[in-house]
Design a protein around this ligand. Structure first.
Ligand code: ARG
Length: 562
C-alpha cells in the first residue's frame, strides 16, 4: 500500500511539476470507495496552470501515465481518481507475506541500541497487579523494537532497597520467618511486614528498630545483609514464576541496591561540576521554578530514588552505550523523570536527550471474586478458572483430546494482556472480567479464536500453497479488503514503535480479525472450486501469519486449536 502510494506520488510529481511532499500531503483515499482507491485533488495544480480545478483534473487524466500497480485514472470534478490493479495488488501482498513469513512487517531500519526499563516491582511485597501494566507495556515494546531490528536491553530496576526491609525483619523477629516448607513464603513475609507496620502505631520502638536495621544494612552489617539477601531471593522467586508464566525475559535484574556503592562517585561529580548546593543540610540541584530542587542526599546522608536513577542511567550508558533509554513507569512519576533528564543535561551528559519516560494510566477494578485488591498470582488463578468456564460456554464444538486447562491458561493470559494493551497507554484502564473474557468483544480471546479458526480452515482445507499466487483467482472484494488490511501491518508496527504504543498493534489486529471474519463468510476454502481453492488457502495462511506475528508483538502466544 505504501509502495503504491509512493509510486503514485512520484508519477504525479513528474506529470505536474509540483512538489512531491505537497502531493503526498494531498493524496487521500476518496470519501466514496466506489470512486477508486486514491484521489488527487487538483486545486494547487489548477492555480499553477491558471485553469479551474475541473479543467486541470481533466487535462491531467488525458496525459497521465499510470505507474505500475494502477489500473485506471479518471477525472471526476476537481479530482483525479485512481484505481489500483486490485488483482495484482492482492497477489503481491499475499506472496510477500508468505515469502517473508514471521519477518513480514519487520521493515524497520533498526540499528539502535535501546534500553527498556520496565516492570521494576518493589521487593518484599507481593507482585501487585499495579505493576502489571509496566510489565506488559514494557515487554510488548521490547518485542516490537526487537522485531524492527533494534538491539534491546530489557532491565528490571527492582525496588530492592529501603526501610521496608526493616519492618519485614522486625516482623520476622516477632512472629518467625516463613518455615522451609511454606507454600507461599512471600505471603508470610508480607504478613510480617504488615503486622510490624501496624504494631508501630502502638509501639514507636518498632519504628526505631526498623530504621536501625536499615542503617545497619546500609553500613554493610553482615547479619542485616544476609537477611536482606534472603528476603530478596524469596521475592525474586515469586516474580520469576510470574515472568515465566507470561514468557517474559529480562537481560538484567540490576535493582536499586546494585547502585549503592556507585552513588558516591556520581555525587562527587555533581559537586565537582559545581551545579549542586546545600539547602537545610541536604544536597541537591536547583532546576528552576518548574522542576524545583532535585534532592540527591538528605541531611542525614541518606540517598534517594533519584540519586539511584542518576547513577543507574550513567552506569547503563557506560555499559551499553544506548541511543535511547525508555522508562516504562506510571504517569505520576513524570516529574521524577523530567528532573532526571534535566540533571543529566546540567551535567553535560551526552545521553540527556535520550531519556524517555513512557508513562501510563491506572488500572481500576482488578479484583478477585472476593473483592480485594490482589496479588497477581491469585488474580491469574481466578482468571484461568473463569477462562475455562467461558471457553466451555462459548465454544460449543471443541476439538477432541484438547487439554482444556492448558488452553484456558492461554486464554486467560491473552484476555489480561490484551485488555491492558488495547487502550492507549495514558488512558486509565478498567478491568471487567466479563468484558476481558468475552469471545465476541474487542478482546484477546476473540483474536485467539480467530487465529484458531484460520488455523482450522487451513488444516482442513485439503489444499496446498500454489507455486505462484494468482490475483485473478482472488478477485472478490473480500479478498481485496483482507489483503489491504494485511498490507497495513508494517505501518502499524512502525507507528507503534514511534509512539511507544502497543495499542496501535492491538487495534490493528482487531481490524484484521474482523476483516477475516467477513471474508470467511464469502470465501469458503474447503468446498471451493479446484482452480481457486489453493489461492484462497494462500490468502488465509498469509492472514494467519500476520495475526500470529501481531499477537507475539503483544507478548501473546497464538493458540492453534481451541
Ligand atoms: N520501583 C519503582 C516503583 O514501583 C519503579 C522503578 C522504575 N524504574 C526506575 N528506573 N525508576 O515505583
Amino acid at each position: 500500500m505504501q509502495e503504491l502510494r509512493r509510486a503514485l506520488v512520484a508519477a504525479l510529481a513528474d506529470a505536474t511539476g509540483l512538489d512531491p511532499e505537497a502531493i503526498d500531503g494531498a493524496v487521500t483515499p476518496p470519501r466514496n470507495p466506489d470512486h477508486g482507491d486514491l484521489a488527487f485533488p487538483c486545486f494547487a495544480l489548477a492555480r499553477a496552470r491558471g485553469q479551474n480545478p475541473a479543467q486541470a483534473a481533466a487535462a491531467l487524466a488525458r496525459t497521465f501515465v499510470l505507474p505500475p500497480g494502477f489500473a485506471r485514472a479518471e477525472a471526476a470534478g476537481p479530482y483525479l481518481n485512481l484505481r489500483f490493479d486490485r488483482t495484482a495488488f492482492v497477489a503481491r501482498v499475499v506472496s510477500r507475506v508468505l515469502a517473508e513469513g514471521n519477518r513480514y512487517g519487520a521493515s524497520g531500519t533498526g540499528g539502535l541500541t535501546i534500553v527498556v526499563d520496565f516492570s521494576s516491582p518493589n521487593i518484599a511485597k507481593p507482585f501487585h497487579v499495579g505493576h502489571l501494566r509496566s510489565t506488559l507495556i514494557g515487554w510488548s515494546l521490547v518485542r516490537i523494537l526487537r522485531f524492527l531490528g533494534h538491539t534491546v536491553i530489557g532491565i528490571n530496576h527492582l525496588g530492592d532497597w529501603g526501610t521496608q526491609f526493616g519492618y519485614v525483619h522486625a516482623g520476622c523477629r516477632r512472629w518467625g520467618r516463613p518455615p522451609d516448607d511454606d507454600p507461599d513464603p512471600i505471603e508470610t513475609l508480607v504478613d510480617r511486614y504488615v503486622r510490624a507496620t501496624r504494631l508501630k502505631d502502638e509501639d514507636p520502638a518498632v519504628e526505631a528498630e526498623a530504621r536501625d536495621f536499615f542503617r545497619r544494612l546500609e553500613a554493610g552489617d553482615a547479619e542485616a545483609t544476609a537477611f536482606w539477601e534472603y528476603a530478596r531471593a524469596v521475592s525474586l522467586e515469586e516474580f520469576r514464576t510470574i515472568y515465566d508464566r507470561i514468557g517474559i525475559r529480562f537481560d538484567a535484574f540490576t535493582g536499586e541496591a546494585f547502585f549503592n556503592d556507585k552513588m558516591a562517585a556520581v555525587l562527587a561529580e555533581v559537586e565537582a561540576k559545581g551545579i549542586g548546593e546545600i539547602s537545610d543540610g541536604a544536597f541537591g540541584v536547583a532546576l528552576g521554578e518548574e522542576l524545583g530542587f532535585a534532592l540527591l542526599r538528605k541531611a542525614d546522608g541518606a540517598t534517594l530514588y533519584l540519586t539511584r536513577d542518576l547513577t543507574a542511567v550513567d552506569y547503563r550508558y557506560s555499559t551499553y552505550r544506548f541511543d535511547r533509554v525508555l522508562y516504562v513507569v506510571g504517569a505520576p512519576q513524570a516529574l521524577h523523570f523530567r528532573q532526571l533528564g534535566a540533571l543529566c543535561a546540567r551535567l553535560g551528559k551526552p545521553y540527556a536527550d535520550a531519556i524517555v519516560h513512557v508513562p501510563f494510566g491506572h488500572v481500576h477494578g482488578m479484583r478477585t471474586r472476593s473483592g480485594g485488591a490482589v496479588a497477581l498470582k491469585d488474580f491469574l488463578e481466578e482468571a484461568v478458572e473463569r477462562a475455562l468456564t467461558a471457553f466451555r460456554e462459548e465454544v460449543v464444538k471443541r476439538p477432541a483430546g484438547l487439554d482444556e486447562r492448558a488452553v484456558a491458561e492461554q486464554i486467560a493470559l491473552s484476555a489480561i494482556l490484551f485488555n491492558d494493551l488495547a487502550r492507549g497507554r495514558i488512558k486509565d484502564v478498567t478491568f471487567d472480567w466479563d468484558e476481558a473474557l468475552s469471545f465476541r468483544g474487542d478482546t484477546g480471546p476473540y483474536l485467539q479464536y480467530a487465529h484458531a479458526r484460520i488455523n482450522g480452515i487451513a488444516l482442513k482445507a485439503g489444499a496446498e500453497l500454489p507455486v505462484a499466487v494468482d490475483g485473478h483467482r482472488l478477485a472478490e472484494d473480500e479478498a481485496y479488503q483482507l489483503a489491504t488490511q494485511m498490507s497495513r501491518f508494517p505501518e502499524a508496527v512502525a507507528r507503534a514503535a514511534e509512539t511507544y504504543e502497543p495499542s496501535v498493534v492491538a487495534g490493528y489486529l482487531l481490524e484484521l480479525a474482523r476483516t477475516f471474519s467477513r471474508s470467511n463468510e464469502v470465501l469458503r476454502v474447503k468446498d471451493a472450486p479446484p482452480e481457486v481453492k489453493d489461492h484462497r488457502f494462500a490468502l488465509f495462511v498469509a492472514c494467519r501469519q500476520v495475526l500470529a506475528s501481531g499477537l507475539r508483538l503483544l507478548g501473546i502466544e497464538p493458540i492453534d486449536r481451541m
